[in-house]
Write a protein that binds this ligand. Structure first.
Ligand SMILES: Nc1ccn([C@H]2C[C@H](O)[C@@H](COP(=O)(O)O)O2)c(=O)n1
Ligand SMILES: [Zn+2]
Length: 162
């Protein structure tokens, strides 16, 4: 009799892997972020990546970061991966769900996460941890009782031929 495979990926690897795969759709030349929302029963509910809203061309809107005039930078136009994942959800409620995200959520996404009823965040990177947006985000998540946990990289590499 055959034994079951033992080298299957864990739930955490699966969901963070999906978040990273989603981030690969981002056109942002500097930072690509992906998010994956998961139900309490480990069903994937939604995904998202950072990008422009529908109708706003990736080729016409700016991808700059440091222009003096903020209208010429990307920040006013890009929707963050976390908000896109929340907005992309077509089911009922996200109450009690978890979010896997490749970069720690900013203050704006934290508000959406809290209001959507997401109760846990698993994040891979926190490269903007000392910025006001992330400090404020953590303050709100703490106050609202949203748990956040750093993803533990397993060291496993996955190669996919597409
Ligand atoms: N948690 C986050 C943080 C940032 N983003 C997006 C917003 C921008 O498209 C990009 C950050 O650009 P940078 O300032 O690093 O050039 O990442 C997000 O989706 N989620
Ligand atoms: Zn955000």
């Amino acid at each position: 009799m055959s034994e079951k495979r033992e080298d299957y990926i864990s739930w955490d690897e699966y969901f963070m892997g999906v978040a990273y795969l989603s981030s690969m759709r981002s056109k942002d030349p500097n930072t690509q972020v992906g998010a994956c929302i998961v139900s309490p029963k480990n069903k994937i509910l939604s995904m998202g990546y950072n990008g422009l809203p529908i109708g706003c061309s990736d080729d016409e809107f700016p991808w700059n970061r440091v222009e003096k005039d903020p209208v010429l930078n990307k920040y006013f136009y890009t929707t963050h991966s976390e908000l896109n994942a929340i907005l992309n959800y077509r089911g009922g409620s996200l109450e009690g769900s978890k979010m896997y995200v490749t970069l720690f959520p900013c203050n704006e996404c934290a508000k959406a996460i809290i209001q959507a009823g997401i109760t846990k965040i698993v994040y891979a990177d926190d490269k903007y941890d000392d910025t006001p947006a992330v400090v404020a985000s953590k303050k709100m998540l703490d106050a609202a009782g949203v748990v956040y946990e750093k993803y533990e990289f397993s060291g496993r590499k996955i190669e996919i031929d597409l």
